[in-house]
Design a protein around this ligand. Structure first.
Ligand SMILES: NC(=O)c1ccc[n+]([C@@H]2O[C@H](COP(=O)([O-])OP(=O)(O)OC[C@H]3O[C@@H](n4cnc5c(N)ncnc54)[C@H](OP(=O)(O)O)[C@@H]3O)[C@@H](O)[C@H]2O)c1
Length: 336
């Protein structure tokens, strides 16, 4: 095995704040994998909205911290007494964990999986966390069936772009929201039945439009990752005995909700996280294989908004929070 460099490039945050707290370092120590961990030399990392929650402190986490919940790369070594789950040094893998904005990360082997031939590192990272989230939500948060009416917010985003396609493959009737004509056109191209521009004057009363489209009935389920700005409309748009799945806070968190708000229409509410659905190795592999099959055999479209150099991570966070992106943002860790 080639010897490791003494230090690496990484993005470190010492304290919470705006994008300016993301500090580019060239002398960050390379971690030593502990029991149960694998050391991965990352080539590409995913940027996810959750990274902004840890950066701003919306989700508390110990600092200093290297952000980044996923990356793809090559296995370098394992911690002592580690069940490698069939992985070997030199394997091309993708992982979920923490510390992806760095050239090397020590992560749990449990959440690391070999990448199949035919899926490159960029494609994989562009849809791993987002795709697993989409699959777990439509199978478990609410089991979507053919013919269901579904409302999906922010459908041109990293998760939304994939979830729209997955919902159409199930045979659901999909109403999406997206901000601006370019995003609307992109989502229509994915086969959505209706796309409402909730930032336009025509689309701002989107709960009413959803009611018209469903002939007053409402949708069976809403998948809402926008949170503060949409939660109330989502309650209006859902049908009697329907389900609202709140799974993100892009505009800010959903305020504390009196349970009584659910009574009038007998609504079910869910507030899930991906990790809750892939806690065991079996669950993780189940959804990862499902995703790989969709990419390899079912023509899942993947949209990479932009691949940013590691040193440009602040720009990436600004673009993501500025609603200026479609599909997935990636960070390259390769030096060339
Ligand atoms: N629960 C989980 O386990 C889980 C896992 C993965 C992701 N998520 C959530 O899923 C959502 C999507 O994540 P992502 O990484 O794929 O991000 P993304 O969808 O690519 O970006 C967020 C999108 O939210 C929309 N948005 C609406 N109001 C906004 C506002 N005030 N500020 C910024 N954006 C706003 C924007 O689309 P428009 O311009 O079209 O409105 C924006 O592009 C996030 O809320 C994330 O936290 C949750």
């Amino acid at each position: 095995m080639a010897s490791l460099p003494v230090s690496q490039r990484a993005i470190v945050i010492e304290d919470v704040g705006g994008p300016e707290v993301l500090q580019y370092r060239t002398n960050y120590p390379i971690p030593t994998p502990k029991e149960g961990q694998v050391l991965v030399r990352n080539s590409i990392a995913g940027i996810n909205y959750i990274d902004t929650y840890f950066r701003t402190g919306l989700y508390p986490s110990p600092k200093p911290e290297v952000l980044g919940r996923e990356a793809a790369g090559i296995v370098i070594s394992f911690g002592p007494n580690t069940d490698t789950h069939g992985l070997g040094v030199g394997d091309r893998v993708i992982w979920l964990g923490t510390g992806g904005y760095a050239e090397y990360t020590a992560v749990s082997v449990e959440k690391t999986i070999k990448l199949p031939v035919g899926i490159d590192n960029e494609e994989a990272t562009a849809c791993f966390l987002s795709g697993l989230t989409s699959l777990a939500l439509v199978h478990e948060a609410y089991t979507v069936r053919a013919g269901d009416w579904v409302l999906l917010h922010a459908a041109a985003g990293g998760v939304g772009f994939l979830m729209t396609q997955i919902l159409k493959r199930i045979g659901a009737k999909v109403i999406c929201t997206a901000g601006g004509p370019q995003k609307v056109a992109l989502v229509m191209g994915l086969g959505a039945d209706h796309v409402l521009d909730y930032r336009s004057s025509d689309g701002k009363d989107w709960p009413q439009l959803v009611s018209q489209i469903t002939q007053g009935r409402g949708v069976d389920v809403v998948f809402d990752s926008v949170g503060k700005d949409t939660w109330e409309g989502s309650l209006q748009a859902v049908k009697r005995k329907g389900t609202v799945v709140w799974f993100g806070n892009a505009s800010g968190p959903v305020p504390s909700l009196p349970l009584g708000r659910l009574s009038a229409k007998c609504i079910k509410a869910a507030r899930p996280t991906l990790l809750g659905y892939i806690h065991t190795r079996e669950e993780f592999e189940f959804y990862a294989q499902k995703l790989f099959n969709l990419i390899l055999h079912d023509n899942l479209k993947i949209n990479i908004h932009k691949i940013y150099p590691l040193a440009a991570v602040q720009d990436a966070h600004l673009d993501l929070q500025g609603r200026a992106t479609v599909g997935k943002l990636l960070l390259t860790l390769s030096r060339d």
